[in-house]
Design a protein around this ligand. Structure first.
Ligand code: B4P
Length: 193
C-alpha cells in the first residue's frame, strides 16, 4: 500500500494536483474539504455544524474530521493506497491518522508539501470565488482567516512528519503540468524503493 499526504496552505493546488495524481497512481482520494462540502450539500447535522466553522475560515473540530476519515478508511478496504488531501491539518489529526493506518498495518510513505507565496494564494482563492460559489472563497477577510489558521495550526504538521524524514517540499507556482511532473518524480523515487 502506498499512502501519501498532499500538504500546503489553502489554495496551494492540493485539489488540483490530487485529481491528476489519483488517476496516474490509482490511489483513493480522501479530501476532508470535499467530504465536508458533501455533508453540507446533504444538509446533515454534521454538515450544518461544519458550515459554521468553514464560513468563518476556521478549521472544523478535530474529532469531526478524524471520525470522517476513520469511516472513509473502513469503507475502502480494497484500496491500493490513499491520497490524503487537506488532512491532517493539526498535529492531533496527524497522530490520529498514524494510529488509524497502523491498525491497518500500513503508514504514510511521503508528505508532499506545496510551497506558494501568500500573494498568489489570495489571488487564486479570490479568483476561484468568482465562479465556485464557495462561501469561504468570497472575501479577502475569510481567506486571510484561513491562511491564519494554516500558520497557527497546520504548518506544524510538516514539522511532525519531518521527524520521520517524510516531508518533501515542492515549488507550487507556475505551470500545473510542471508541478505535477515534480510531484510525480518524488513519488516515483519512493514507490520503487
Ligand atoms: P479545502 O477543501 O481543503 O480547500 P483549500 O485548502 O481551500 O484548497 P486547495 O489547496 O485544495 O486548493 P485548489 O487546488 O482547489 O478546505 C476548505 C475548508 O474545509 C477549510 O478552510 C476548513 O474549514 C475545512 N477543512 C477541510 N479539511 C479540514 C481538516 N482536516 N480539519 C479541519 N477543517 C478542515 O486550488 C485553489 C485554486 O487555485 C483553484 O481555483 C485552482 O484552479 C487554482 N490553481 C491550482 N493550481 C494552480 C497553479 N499552478 N497556478 C494557478 N492557479 C492554480
Amino acid at each position: 500500500m502506498f499512502n501519501l499526504i498532499l500538504f500546503g496552505p489553502p489554495g496551494s493546488g492540493k485539489g488540483t494536483q490530487s485529481e491528476r495524481l489519483i488517476s496516474k497512481y490509482g490511489l483513493k482520494h480522501l479530501s476532508t474539504g470535499d467530504l465536508l462540502r458533501s455533508e453540507i450539500a446533504g444538509q446533515t447535522p454534521l454538515g450544518l455544524a461544519a458550515k459554521s466553522f468553514m464560513d468563518k475560515g476556521q478549521l472544523v473540530p478535530d474529532e469531526v474530521v478524524i471520525e470522517m476519515i476513520s469511516s472513509a478508511l473502513d469503507n475502502n478496504p480494497q484500496a491500493h493506497g490513499f491520497l490524503f488531501d487537506g488532512f491532517p491539518r493539526t498535529t492531533a489529526q496527524a497522530e490520529a491518522l498514524d494510529k488509524l493506518l497502523n491498525q491497518k498495518g500500513t503508514s504514510i510513505a511521503i508528505v508532499l508539501a506545496l510551497q506558494v507565496s501568500q500573494e498568489e494564494l489570495i489571488k487564486r482563492l479570490l479568483n476561484r470565488g468568482l465562479t465556485s460559489g464557495r462561501s469561504d472563497d468570497v472575501n479577502e477577510e475569510i481567506i486571510a482567516a484561513r491562511i491564519g489558521e494554516y500558520e497557527k495550526k497546520t504548518a506544524a504538521v510538516a514539522d511532525y512528519y519531518k521527524k520521520y524524514d517524510k516531508v518533501v517540499f515542492v515549488h507550487g507556482e507556475g505551470d500545473v503540468d510542471e508541478i505535477f511532473g515534480s510531484l510525480s518524480k518524488e513519488i516515483d523515487i519512493r514507490d520503487r524503493a
